[in-house]
Design a protein around this ligand. Sequence first.
Ligand code: UDP
Length: 312
Amino acid sequence: MPRILITGGAGFLGSHLCDRFIKEGYQVIAMDNLLTGNKENLAHLFPLPEFEYYHHDITKFVHVPGNLDYILHFASPASPIDYLKMPIQTLKVGALGTHNLLGLAKEKKARILVASTSEVYGDPLIHPQPEEYWGNVNPVGPRGVYDEAKRFLEAITMAYHNYHDVETRIIRIFNTYGSRMRTDDGRVLPAFFSQAIRGEGLTVFGDGSQSRSFCYVDDLVEGIYRLLLSDYHLPVNIGNPDEITIIDFAKEVLALVNNPDAHIIHKDLPVDDPKIRQPDISKAKEILGWEPTVTRAEGLRRTYEYFKEVVK
Ligand code: UDP
């Protein structure tokens, strides 16, 4: 049985990854400090003998007894609201946390896949964004704490690959959604679903003409699985290229939830909010044979089922 460590294992993506690797027959160790994660996301796995949970802050030395074959590094606040509230932790987990895990990977001779982000492209001047684009990031703006931590994560991962021969993989994740997103994490999809279900105003920032491209979580997990098992060490974009403006996205959520009290209101656009975002996924198609299969209509229907249960 291969053994895998998943950091941020109690989070939205981390917990879906735990499910997937359990299903594939792995021994899974989830590690989390529960800063933004939630153990409830893993409750169904705790009874399984092939599952272990370690409460640990990976910015401190990481010790895992026994062998390790793989590491997935998914620990970090990922919502702009969260990382504005926790700027130092965000920088530390991307920098010190990544360093500790690369050291662990070297020690255990494990292959490590690290989670990077479309935020490395900043407010992009090239559209859609291919992996070769170096980005347009403001290091001293409010998003700098996340963007630069993830850019450092990529740089140190490449250094461990080049100088220590560690087997590394880098994924650049674009906006992703699905069950287990925190209803209060401030990201656009949990915000809109919670507001629509409660019959409140959907808070569209600015005029809503900025765009995003939303990927359903199962598609993302499949991309991660394939990238981990591939032999490609340079960054790969994984996301759904189906782009939509935020105002149109609000209208889709309104139509789906169909609550007569829900409506659209406008709030100020946050500083440095990227105006456009769409992954160029040519590389994922070519190298991994991967592309998304779940349409936004279907993904939103499935996600609504989750939010209906959890929004109070
Ligand atoms: N957004 C919005 N209302 C909200 C939350 C977000 O209009 O209540 C917008 C935000 O300005 C951005 C987009 O939705 O343009 C996506 O924001 P999110 O925080 O989900 O993630 P980002 O892609 O900016 O990292």
